[in-house]
Structure formats: C-alpha cells, structure tokens
Write a protein that binds this ligand. Structure first.
Ligand code: NAP
Length: 420
C-alpha cells in the first residue's frame, strides 16, 4: 500500500481519491475549498491544510485541477507542492493542461529528483466513480511501468503515450473530438426537433446507426431529460478546445471543425452556462430553432399535422351526400369520343381525388366531367376513374382529379366542409 497525497477534490478528484481509500492506501487530501474534503475524511482520509502538507512524505502525489493556472499555483504558490516534495517521489498530474505546462513541471521536478507523469484521463464523473477511467500517460516509461497497477486501481486502461507532454497532447486531440462530437449530436437533435420528429426515436436511430458516438450515449438522454447537472462542465470543455486550438496554431494546422466547436461553446459560456454540464450548450441550438429539445410531450409536438389522404377519407366518408351531374366521355375509336350526362352523388374527398356513387355502370379509365350544384360556385372539374367498387344498389368510383388549380381545390374543400 502506498502513501498518497491527493490535491484537487472537484467532480473528478473526489471520487478518484475515494477509490484510492477503498483500495486501502493511506491518503492525505487537500482542496482549496476545505469543506470538499469532509466526505473523504469520513472515509478515512487525512485532510491537509496546504498542498505542501498533502505532498510531504507521500510516495505518489496526484493532482486533479481545473487548468494550467490552477496547477501552477498549487505547485508554486505559498505552501505549494514544491515546498513539500523530496527526492524519490512521483507526481501524477491528471488535469487537462497544455503539454508545455506538463513539460515545464517534468523538467523542474527532475531537477529535484522527483518524477512527473502527465496522465490526463478520459471518462467523466461516472467513470471516475466506477474506477473505469482511461489514462493517457507521458513521461518516463519505467516510472509508468512501476505505477501501472496504481493506475489500474482507478481506471480500466492506462497507456504509455511517449515522453513528457505526450499524455497532454493525446488528451487535447481526444477532447477536440469530444467537443465536435457533442455538437454533432446537438445539431442532429436540433434538426430533428425542428422537423417535428420525436427526438427520443431519433436518438434510437442514431444509436443503431453510423452517427453513434459516446457523446450520443452520455449526453443524448441527459439533454432530453433536461438534466444539465455537471459531469464535465461547459467551461472546462471550452478550456480544452481552446488549448487544442493553440496547438493547431503552433503546428499551423487548419482545424475548421475544432474552431467552429470552440466558437459555439464560447457562445454557451457567454450565455451563462459555464458551470453547467457541457450538454447545456444545447440551449444555443434551442434559441436558434425557437423551441426546446426535450422528450416528446403534447405541448412540444409539432403543430397539427396535415391529415393524410387516408385520414381525410376516413374522417369524411360517412358524411357526404352531394348530388352531382356527371358528363361521361368514352373513347370510341381513333379520334372519337361519345358522351352522356348521368346523375351521381359525391361521397368523399381524398388528397388527390373524389369518390362518386352512381347507379350508372362506368369503366376504369373513363373520363368524367363533374358539375357541382350551383351553390358551390365551382367550375366543372375533370376526373379519371381509377377504381370501381360494386355495391348492392350502386357503383362507387374513385376519380383522380387532374389539372385542379390550388384556388379551385381550396374552394372545393371549403364547399365540402360546409356540407359536413
Ligand atoms: P472541477 O470540478 O471544476 O474541480 C476543479 C478542482 O480544481 C477543484 O478542486 C478546485 O478547487 C481546484 N482549483 C481550481 N482552481 C484552483 C486554484 N487556483 N488553486 C487551487 N485549487 C484550484 O473540475 P473537474 O471536472 O474535477 O476536472 C478536473 C480536471 O480534469 C480538469 O482539467 C478537467 O478538464 C479534467 N477532466 C474532467 C473530466 C470531467 O468529466 N469532469 C473528464 C476528464 C478530464 P475548489 O473546490 O476550491 O474550487
């Protein structure tokens, strides 16, 4: 068992320190806001008043802090880690920071015969709690090998990535993808919601389809549940995207997706969602589409859907009984038609046609000119018989209407509505 100093008890640090305690290590913790150590003290941790005291006498010192500035302050500030270190110790920094900061600390600590590994993690709060984090590690490979089992007490995977800074490079490239993937999910959801689709079903398709990602799994349900409680804060996501952007500038590497993603998270921060989970950036999209992206409820569903032809037929079939005069034309021989007038009844209006009943037998593909009652104020309308049904006392004909102008269609529908 090791003597461990653990500094930074935020969303990630606290469950990591708790897991080390559960594994039987002797853990001394420090957090700037002292109250956050209480739960760990109850689990058996010692609480130190300064970073130097947390580091003093430890075999390994973990740091899990917000950003470069916090990390450097904890090392170099008054009663910082530097004041508590002694040769032979190892510091493992799990924060996401710039590779330059990782290398700076590696070199500085090497001067004091102290080893330093940059070992950022992937996996949010649930993975920290379940000890299934994935570590990407830079620094001395032998030091990593010696501490491999310690990493595996906190995570499910730990990979050596190369010399000092390599863990941080890996993490920033990885998190550039996280930010882009998260926004890909938001944009898909925004599009689906705007189109009036059920977003839960849309997510089901995405989970089964090639747009699937871990962000879909982690953030999709959170968004639809309106649960923006913090697992990985929006402001930290933005911090990582900006650090990754700095790297692309150093490398003169075009990265349009990364820069676009950073801009959207910047908007989320400007709107005041920095302390919320990164999924809160969906509020930007909600503003752009003018509605919430949430589980389907009656109020969030799309406005009255346009009834289909089938719905209309079902809804109206029983109601109509409008007397009509029909001029029927039949193809006799090349270039010649014969015609006659018969009586009929309008039964139904569908999306593209009418159903007419008559005692007079007609055949499929015949043309009829329909004359409505005078009160309808409609011009004669031409239809082609496309379906014939035989009933006990009459025939029913499905007529496809052709060349109906939108104006006449609206008038026809209004007339029929007035008769229902
Ligand atoms: P967090 O909840 O915001 O915790 C940040 C920690 O840093 C707190 O203990 C905070 O102390 C401390 N801190 C900040 N500024 C300080 C300063 N100037 N001096 C001393 N202590 C300071 O962050 P987190 O989510 O645990 O993330 C920690 C690191 O892991 C970040 O670099 C993040 O990018 C990375 N990370 C996070 C996740 C995730 O899902 N959350 C996943 C992978 C990697 P106070 O309590 O006093 O504020």
């Amino acid at each position: 068992m090791k003597r461990i100093g653990f500094i930074g008890l935020g969303t990630m640090g606290k469950p990591m320190a708790a897991n080390l305690l559960k594994k039987g290590h002797s853990v001394t913790v420090y957090n700037r806001t002292a109250g956050k150590a209480d739960e760990l003290v109850a689990l058996g941790a010692e609480s130190a008043r300064t970073p130097a005291l947390a580091a003093r006498g430890a075999d390994v010192v973990f740091t899990m802090l917000s950003n470069d500035a916090a990390l450097l302050e904890v090392f170099h500030g008054e009663n910082g880690i530097m004041a508590g270190l002694a040769p032979g110790q190892t510091v493992i920094d799990c924060s996401t920071v710039s590779p330059a900061t990782s290398r700076r600390l590696y070199e500085e600590l090497a001067g004091h015969y102290v080893d330093f590994l940059d070992a950022p993690v992937t996996g949010s709060k649930p993975a920290a709690e379940a000890a299934t984090l994935v570590f990407m590690v830079g620094g001395n490979e032998d030091v990593f090998g010696d501490l491999f089992s310690l990493f595996m007490e906190l995570g499910s995977k730990a990979l050596y990535m190369g010399p000092s800074g390599s863990g941080s490079y890996t993490k920033l490239a990885h998190n550039a993808m996280v930010g882009i993937n998260a926004l890909a999910l938001m944009e898909g959801l925004a599009l689906a919601t705007k189109a009036g689709l059920n977003p839960e079903r849309f997510l089901e398709i995405v989970k089964a389809g090639s747009a699937y990602s871990r962000q879909v799994e982690l953030k999709g349900p959170k968004i639809l549940e309106r649960d923006f409680s913090n697992q990985f804060s929006l402001k930290l996501m933005l911090k990582d995207l900006l650090l990754a952007s700095d790297l692309t500038s150093q490398f003169q590497l075009p990265a349009p997706m990364l820069h676009g993603a950073a801009t959207v998270f910047q908007m989320g921060l400007a709107k005041g969602y920095g302390e919320d989970d990164l999924s809160a950036v969906v509020h930007c999209y909600e503003e752009w589409i003018g509605r919430a992206i949430e589980k389907f409820t009656v109020s969030s569903s799309s406005p009255e859907p346009i009834p289909s032809g089938r719905d209309r037929r079902r809804a109206q079939r029983v109601h109509l009984d409008i007397q009509l005069l029909l001029s029927v034309y039949q193809w006799e021989q090349e270039g010649a038609f014969t015609g006659q007038n018969i009586e009929g009844t309008l039964r139904d209006l569908s999306e593209n046609g009418l159903q007419i009943a008559s005692k007079f037998p007609l055949a499929q593909d015949m043309f009829v000119v329909i004359h409505f009652p005078k009160e309808a104020d409609l011009p004669p309308i031409t239809g082609r018989i496309i379906r014939v049904e035989t009933h006990p006392n009459e025939f029913r004909y499905g007529c496809l209407l052709s060349g109906l102008s939108p104006y006449v269609r609206v008038k026809l529908e209004q007339y029929i509505q007035s008769k229902i």
